[in-house]
Design a protein around this ligand. Structure first.
Ligand SMILES: CC(C)(COP(=O)(O)OP(=O)(O)OC[C@H]1O[C@@H](n2cnc3c(N)ncnc32)[C@H](O)[C@@H]1OP(=O)(O)O)[C@@H](O)C(=O)NCCC(=O)NCCS
Length: 440
């Protein structure tokens, strides 16, 4: 990386550093992730997250490692309804595999860099289990389910700056040990601790569509379709399926975002968390707000939103006819049928430039990032049209755009047609953003 690119990247990551500081993330590490070549880099990135003030709970699984041990002892794994049946002999091997991973992860997290303090990694009886019991006449024996999460105990460790490490074995109140699915542990901990994010890894960079491209955003009901596909393809135990099960549940219970990233590609975690577009699949809650292209039926609502701003001189006056003609240029946020925000995109294809115009958020809904959401959507629309530069003309909102990477410019920098119609009396400031710059 050239040093100027590094400097730029460093600067542009600042908002994300501030956004994540003090937040709690649950990181799911399944056996495949831990066995991957890139695991050493994932662990060092986890250390980096901790040093940036993010509170971390790592929940790990050991399926691959357990099955390797079973094979070594000529024991074939027993499942009922996709859940492992754990007899006493199997539990001994589960303890072996989980114990080893616990030590290995702790050691790697303890690797000390110059000028860095030693990380405090804590494993304890943070969860309690109970037996699954008998189902269809099949006894799951020492396979358990979660009985309780010791929320306060975990929170105390996080407040003391420790990384909490939890494996898939938990004690019961009767003094026995039970083997639990790690995705169930991650799910319940994420929900009970009301964490900000759940992060998981799989062999691919998130969920791939039919063309092999990463699906960047999913809502729970769409994720459920992908999970169904995994199950149909007998991939119930894949990293992807286990993450999806957890992510769908936590999302529906109010965890804002879950991310699925590649365990093979170095740096996925950092790219996902510290760049705007990310690299993997993000799962977020169902939203009653819909961001979409406007149509003629939206015109009355649009007028209601922008007319008060036109009267204050903040926006240029537009007639209903003009709106009708240009309606497809408008992107709106529709909240249960009410238009609460809008922005238009006027394209100057020859110059590969476009104007973001008529930007407005209803006063009742300001300062909740809807302006940012609109800007992101307009940037996306512009990039899809091969636009390289996005510009705005504004009289009173200069700083808002500057804070989002727009730079002051002159009339000569505008596309010719716009230059000819520039209203010198209005004296709007011109700001331009280079869409090819990283993170724009
Ligand atoms: C500018 C506008 C679109 C921002 O929408 P929003 O949903 O409130 O935006 P966000 O939540 O993403 O950002 C809010 C931040 O922008 C700041 N902000 C709002 N208006 C601003 C302005 N005119 N200049 C500078 N900063 C402004 C807020 O103080 C807030 O800052 P904070 O996060 O430090 O509290 C909205 O305030 C608006 O509709 N203004 C009137 C119309 C307008 O000015 N349009 C632009 C003309 S081209």
């Amino acid at each position: 990386m050239r040093s100027s690119e590094l400097v730029q990247w460093f600067r542009q990551s600042t908002p994300y550093v501030n956004m994540h500081r003090g937040k709690t993330f649950v990181i799911m590490l399944d056996g495949d992730t831990i066995a991957s070549q890139n695991f050493i880099n994932i662990i060092s990135d986890i250390r980096l997250l901790h040093s940036l003030g993010i509170k971390l709970i790592i929940v790990f699984g050991a399926r691959v490692q357990i099955n390797e041990l079973l094979q070594l002892h000529n024991i074939s794994p027993q499942y009922h309804k996709n859940i492992r049946i754990t007899d006493l002999q199997t539990l001994d091997l589960v303890k072996q595999a989980v114990g080893k991973l616990n030590y290995d992860i702790t050691s790697r997290l303890s690797m000390r860099l110059p000028h860095s303090p030693l990380l405090n990694v804590v494993s304890s009886n943070f969860i309690l289990a109970q037996p699954i019991g008998v189902d269809d006449g099949v006894d799951y024996l020492l396979s358990g389910k979660l009985r309780r999460v010791e929320v306060e105990n975990i929170q105390q460790q996080l407040d003391r700056d420790a990384i909490v490490l939890i494996g898939p074995i938990a004690p019961s109140v009767t003094g026995e040990s039970f083997n639990l699915p790690f995705e169930e542990i991650a799910t319940q901990i994420a929900i009970k601790l009301k964490v900000e994010k759940l992060i998981g890894f799989s062999a691919t960079q998130g969920i791939l569509d039919q063309d092999g491209q990463t699906v960047s955003d999913l809502q729970p009901q769409q994720a459920a379709v992908y999970l169904e596909q995994c199950i149909e393809q007998n991939q119930y135990h894949s990293s992807q399926a286990r993450f999806l099960q957890a992510a769908i549940d936590v999302c529906r219970a109010g965890v804002k975002r879950s991310h699925l990233l590649s365990y093979e590609e170095d740096g996925s975690l950092l790219q996902e968390l510290f760049t705007r577009d990310g690299v993997g699949t993000q799962l977020s809650m169902d939203n009653s707000e819909d961001i979409r292209v406007a149509n003629v039926r939206d015109i009355p609502g649009l007028l209601e939103l922008i007319q008060p701003l036109e009267q204050q001189g903040i926006l240029v006056k537009r007639s209903r006819e003009q709106l009708e003609m240009d309606i497809e240029k408008y992107t709106i946020i529709d909240r249960d049928g009410v238009i609460i925000a809008c922005a238009a995109l006027n394209v100057y294809a020859d110059e590969k430039m476009a104007e973001m115009a008529c930007v407005a958020v209803h006063p009742d809904y300001r300062s909740s990032s809807r302006g940012d959401i609109l800007l992101e959507e307009i940037q996306k629309r512009a990039k899809n049209l091969n636009i390289e530069k996005l510009f705005v003309l504004t009289t009173r909102t200069v700083h808002w755009f500057q804070e989002r990477g727009f730079k002051m410019a002159n009339v000569e920098d505008l596309p010719q047609e716009k230059r000819e119609h520039y209203n010198y009396q209005r004296r709007s400031k011109i700001l331009i953003q280079d869409l090819n710059a990283e993170n724009s």
